[in-house]
Ligand binder design. Structure first.
Ligand SMILES: [Zn+2]
Length: 419
């Protein structure tokens, strides 16, 4: 068996790895890195592939997939809900970045036609390779992929072992494999206590709304927006809550695929407390109404949160709550660092609203990641550390080498690892 690294080497973004065994080739993810222009993984010829397997519906894992379907492409495997969420993301990606993308909606359509849904722990044969997906606990439908053909490879995708409001956390038997391709997004720090962070968030929302302000929560449409609605519901927030944008279509997909969330009735109850914003009249009303507004985009690139920002930013009674990682260089990162946003889409101005940060990560933190290797991993697999900033990935690989004696390293793009 051989693993070839096409992306996510010393960076968070554009995940893509080819696993080859006795003439069968499987591509694991084909993502995008969101810089000023989207960056894609190293090239791979679709006709050389027997299958594409998607770990989950985030653009840094699926954003490049249509490039494989400019004409007929390989069969794509992933959970059913990953298909619907990926289609939603890809159409939105085309809508926002269409002119600079090297594919169009025909490629997305070809991708959909090639998709073959697979449930968790359901065995699939790809040539000589046996493939299994396990629940990764990261977002609905997210999967850890296991490939076996004499030798074996496990790919974590993005993973969370802790329970959240929306998900139960990863469900994985002990791993006894030859190679593990592991994410390392937060291998440098631990997350705060989840319940305390949820309480702090709901208290902050209450205080802003009681003072007549708007508590704006820019959130990723897939997963995070629903998690925020559940947190408000779980901690008895009684004020007005609005939700806008692509998050609403995600809600529908998750309610129709209830087996991919922890408790679909609970999600349904939490969402029934939320007023959906589907037209401009409601949007105008929402910004004048003391309330919580949950709206994409998570890093303030596109989406209705741009409109909300320009209103909320001017009001000293209001607050903007940043609830996810902000990639350096995005408007969201600038808001956190300098308390500045673009008003009316033009120049940056200082915001008068409060800016607050909360950690509701859906990745395992430093200690959880280490404990995963200490307690769940059997034998002595080779470990390929990816999907992390270079220095943090290097640090984590060193920890695995010194503390557990594993052969761990951070690869380069194009590197081929023999098993
Ligand atoms: Zn992800």
């Amino acid at each position: 068996m051989q693993v070839k690294v096409l992306g996510a080497a010393g960076e968070v973004g554009r995940s893509a790895f080819v696993v080859e065994s006795e003439g069968s080739r499987v591509l694991l993810d084909y993502g995008v890195q969101m810089h000023r222009e989207p960056l894609f993984p190293a090239h791979v010829r679709p006709k050389d592939l027997d299958a594409l397997v998607l770990s989950h519906a985030h653009l840094d894992h699926v954003g490049g997939a249509p490039l494989l379907y400019l004409s007929a492409g390989p069969t794509c495997y992933g959970t059913p809900v990953t298909r619907y969420l990926t289609e939603l993301l890809l159409h939105d990606f085309l809508h926002i970045s269409g002119p600079v993308l090297p594919f169009d909606s025909d490629a997305v359509r070809n991708f959909s036609k090639s998709y073959s849904p697979v449930g968790y722990e359901e065995e699939v044969r790809i040539g000589g390779i046996k493939m299994l997906l396990y629940d990764a606990g990261h977002i609905p439908g997210s999967a850890i992929t296991l490939l076996e053909n004499g030798s074996s490879v496990a790919y974590t995708g993005d993973m969370n072992t802790s329970k959240t409001q929306l998900l139960d956390g990863a469900k994985l038997p002990s791993l006894d494999v030859d190679v593990i391709i592991t994410e390392s997004t937060y291998s440098y720090s631990d997350h705060p206590d989840r319940n305390e962070e949820e309480k702090r968030f709901v208290e902050a929302a209450r205080s802003v709304v009681d003072n007549g302000g708007v508590f704006l929560v820019p959130s990723f449409a897939v997963g995070r927006a629903q998690e925020i609605a559940c947190i408000l519901y779980a901690h008895g927030f009684k004020g007005k809550v609005y939700m806008d944008g692509m998050a609403l279509k995600t809600n529908q997909i998750l309610l129709e695929n209830g087996e991919y969330v922890r408790d679909v009735d609970y999600l349904s109850k939490a969402l029934s407390r939320v007023e959906y914003v589907t037209e401009w009249g409601t949007r105008q009303r929402a910004v004048r109404d003391p309330s919580v507004i949950i709206s994409p985009a998570g890093m303030l690139v596109g989406g209705a949160s741009v409109f909300y920002n320009s209103h909320v930013a001017k009001d000293p009674r209001s607050a903007i709550a940043i609830v996810s990682f902000q990639v350096p260089g995005t408007p969201g990162a600038r808001l956190l660092e300098r308390h500045e946003v673009k008003l009316d889409g033009k120049r940056y101005s200082r915001v008068r609203a409060d800016v607050q940060r909360f950690d509701f990560s859906s990745h395992l933190g430093k200690t959880e990641l280490f404990n995963f290797f200490r307690h769940k991993v059997k034998g002595s697999p080779k470990v390929i550390v990816v999907h992390g900033e270079k220095e943090y990935s290097e640090g984590f690989a060193e920890t695995l080498r010194k503390e557990i004696g594993l052969d761990a390293s951070v690869p380069k793009v194009g590197e081929e690892i023999e098993v």
